[in-house]
Every structure is written in C-alpha cells, then in structure tokens.
Design a protein around this ligand. Structure first.
Ligand code: LLP
Length: 419
C-alpha cells in the first residue's frame, strides 16, 4: 500500500525505501523518529516546473511560507529565485532570516496588526494583500506616520466556488472571511487614490487550496481582469496581478494540478493585460518532497481491527484528523505476506489521533519503520506540543547527503518561558 503513490525522490532499491540516495532506515537510525525528511532536488524540480511554465510572462514565485517555513528550505528556495508570501510577523522574520529581500515579499492575512504593518513597511515589502477597508485605513495611518510608501493589492473575493477536498480550504466564496466583496473593491481603490502614502500596485485573489482544475482560476481571473480594465478607465493603473496559490498535488490516485495546463490558460490573459503575475504556491512546491518516518511501537487488535501504534501522530501530522487528509503509508523495508486492514494511529489520547485508517498492508511488527508520504507541506508547519510531545526533527536530503535542518525539541524546550 502506498507504493504507487511514492514520488520520484522516494524510490525502492532492493526493496528498501530510499530518500534521495540514502536508505530511509539509515536516516531513522541517525536522526531518530518521528522524523521529517525533505528531498531538496524534488523541491528544485517543482520550482523549475513553475518557472518554465510561466516563462512567457514576467512573474514572481512568492512561495507560501506557511506550507513549510524551515529556514534551510527558504534559503534554498530563494537561491532558486523564489520570493515569499507571508502571513505574520513570524513569517516575515523567517523570510528575512533566510535572506529574502523585501521586494520579493507579499503580505497576506485578514488580521494584520500595527506592529506587523510597521515591520513590513520598514523592510520594504513588495505589497500588502489587503483584506478589508479597515486594514487599508490602518496601513494608511501607519504609512503616513512612518513617512513610507505602502504598495498594496486588494484581495478580491471573486465569489467563485472551487472544489477542494475540505470546506476549511475553500476561500473564494462570499461566505468565507477572506477578501473584499467584489462590489466594494472599486471604491476602495478610488478612496486610496487620494491618500499620498498608499500606492495601488496590484490586485490579488486566492480561491482555495488543493485545487486540481484550472477552470476556477480562469473564471476568477476573468472577473478580476474586467475590474482591472474598469479601474484603469478610472485612472487607477495597476502593475501586477496576484493569482494566489492553491495548486493541488497528488495525494491519492487523483492527479494534481497540471502546471503547464494552468500556465497555458493564465499566461496569455495576464500578458495581454500588460500585468506582472505573482503566484503564491506552497503545497505544490514542497508537498510531495517530504515524508514522515515513524516507528511501530505496538500492534494491537480490537474487535476485527488491527491498530498499528506508531511514534508519530496528530501532533506531528494533523492533516488526517483535521481535514480527513489522505497520506499514503508504506513499509520502508521489503515486506511480504498477506495484506490486512489496519488503522495507523499515534500515541495521543484522542480517538481522532490517526495517520491512516482502513489501509490494506502487510501487518507491520513492533520496531518496523513506516513512511507517511506527501507531508512536505502543512506537516511540520502544523505540528504541536499537545500531550507534551516534542516536535520532531527535520532533515534535508540532497543526493547522498543528509543534513539536520531542525533539531528535535528537548524537554527544556517544552517548558521554556514558563514559571
Ligand atoms: N496564498 C494564500 C493567501 C493562502 O491562504 C494560501 C494557503 C496559499 C497562498 C498557499 O496555498 P497552497 O499553494 O499551499 O495550497 N493546512 C491546509 C492548507 C491551508 C491553506 C491555507 N492557505 C492543508 O493542510 O491542506
């Protein structure tokens, strides 16, 4: 099980799962488990695919830091020509630490605070993605006080439905908290025209996450381009269009978004509008470049079910329990024998603590090492200390070299700052 869903960097040699050129078992031995492993060559391949697909238009890949904000990854992404899409002071800090310059950073999010706006202005970010009138007024106040020009793009809520696997990852309809309602956008740009420190630089949208079809992007883009034309007639000339992120990847047997197909739809339209294109991919850059290695602690039976209790759970990877997310699970060593139906569960005291349910695989034994696939995005980034868990280590593999890029937390880390 999970075999056919392994991505390129995770191949079997003599039946043994490798990460890059290194056996998974060797990584687990060296760094312990649970362990996140990322293949940097796969990440580079994905960045390359985006750059090539969108080569026909001036573009910026503003990698969405929330998907995986590890500094080593950000540094490498920047070296590949990526900027950053950030959502907080913390992510701004990460991007700065990774050496990403302000001119390659866009700032999204519905709740920007005054200190966040100040820091972003001081760092000279490329643009704020504005989510409400109140936020634009606040940016204006801060920019005026600091005497700094504030480039912005209004995030339009295009009220376009995009199918995503879970309602929590839909953002493009009027019923979500995101963006400025369609019919209020024009007025907001016109209001900003008279504010000397505000610079209407672009327009922004983001319709959801794990979208595998180009159609909703095209529909939303066409609405937004109409608005750009109307604004231009009213004397507001925008320079860029930010289409957001959300490009889906393959978790189960459904194929992910075809980036070339998406580009074929978007590039000519954006180009003929004379705009620069900003993209905010997260998952589609890092998602399938990561696995979580976890060791079997116990195998137990209850009723007709086998439970495989492993040393990682919802504290390491919350996607299965929070979104019903599917992640393939594979033995790292050759495993023969009849398959049986198992639940792979963690050590947390919650029935919702599972990594996989009702999977067919050769029954694992205590001490076996399993790989949970496609966890490079929203894996470690959403890890927690619940149940007094120490957040796991992260490693990066480049061919036959493995580097520890985040130490496993220690018990003192757990209580740091407490009295
Ligand atoms: N831009 C904006 C404004 C966003 O809100 C997001 C994701 C992205 C870009 C990047 O989306 P991506 O390309 O990674 O799909 N934790 C959930 C996903 C939440 C996405 C939140 N926003 C999950 O594990 O599926």
């Amino acid at each position: 099980m999970g075999e056919s869903l392994l991505t390129q960097p995770f191949v079997r040699r003599n039946g043994e799962l490798h990460c890059g050129d290194i056996p998974a078992a060797e990584l687990a031995e060296r760094f312990g488990t649970p362990l996140y492993v990322y293949d940097i060559r796969r990440i580079a391949e994905r960045v390359g695919a985006f750059h090539t697909a969108f080569a026909g238009v001036d573009h910026l890949l503003a990698y969405s830091v929330k998907a995986n904000g590890n500094l080593s990854i950000l540094r490498r992404l920047h070296a590949m020509g990526c900027g950053a899409d950030i959502t907080s002071l913390g992510e701004l800090y990460r991007a700065r630490q990774a050496g990403i310059p302000g001119r390659m950073i866009v700032f999204a999010g519905v709740g920007k605070t005054v200190p966040e706006i100040e820091a972003a202005l001081e760092y000279g970010i490329y643009a704020f993605n504005v989510e409400s009138r109140g936020e634009l007024e606040r940016i204006d106040e801060v920019a005026t006080r600091l005497g700094r020009r504030a480039p912005f793009a209004i995030r339009v809520n295009p009220d376009v439905f995009a199918a995503t696997p879970h309602e929590y990852t839909r953002t493009g309809t009027a019923s979500t908290k995101f963006g400025v309602p369609w019919d209020e956008t024009g007025d907001l740009y016109l209001w900003a025209k008279d504010r000397p420190w505000l610079v209407a630089a672009g327009i922004d949208m983001h319709i959801g996450s794990q979208i595998v079809d180009a159609t909703p992007y095209v529909r939303a883009l066409e609405c937004v381009l109409d608005l750009v034309t109307e604004l231009s007639a009213a004397g507001v000339d925008l320079k860029f269009l930010n289409i957001g992120g959300g490009y889906g990847i393959r978790y189960d047997h459904d194929p992910g978004m075809d980036v070339d197909e998406l580009a074929a739809e978007l590039v000519p339209r954006v180009k003929s509008a004379g705009l620069r294109l900003i993209l905010e991919p997260g998952r589609s850059i890092v998602g399938d470049a990561g696995v979580l290695l976890t060791r079997v602690e116990y195998v137990k039976r209850s009723g007709r079910k086998h439970f495989v209790v492993v040393d990682g759970g919802m504290s390491e990877l919350i996607r299965p329990s929070h979104y019903g997310g599917f992640h393939a699970v594979a033995h790292t060593m050759p495993s023969q024998g009849a398959t049986t139906r198992v639940d792979i569960v963690g050590p947390i005291c919650e029935t919702g603590d599972f990594l996989a349910r009702d999977r067919e695989l050769p029954l694992p034994e205590q001490g076996d090492l399993l790989a949970v696939c496609t966890v490079g995005a929203y894996g470690f980034a959403m890890a927690s200390n619940y149940n007094g868990r120490l957040r796991p280590a992260e490693t990066m593999v480049d061919g036959n070299e493995a580097t520890l890029i985040r130490q496993r937390e220690t018990l003192p880390d757990l209580v740091r700052g407490e009295e």
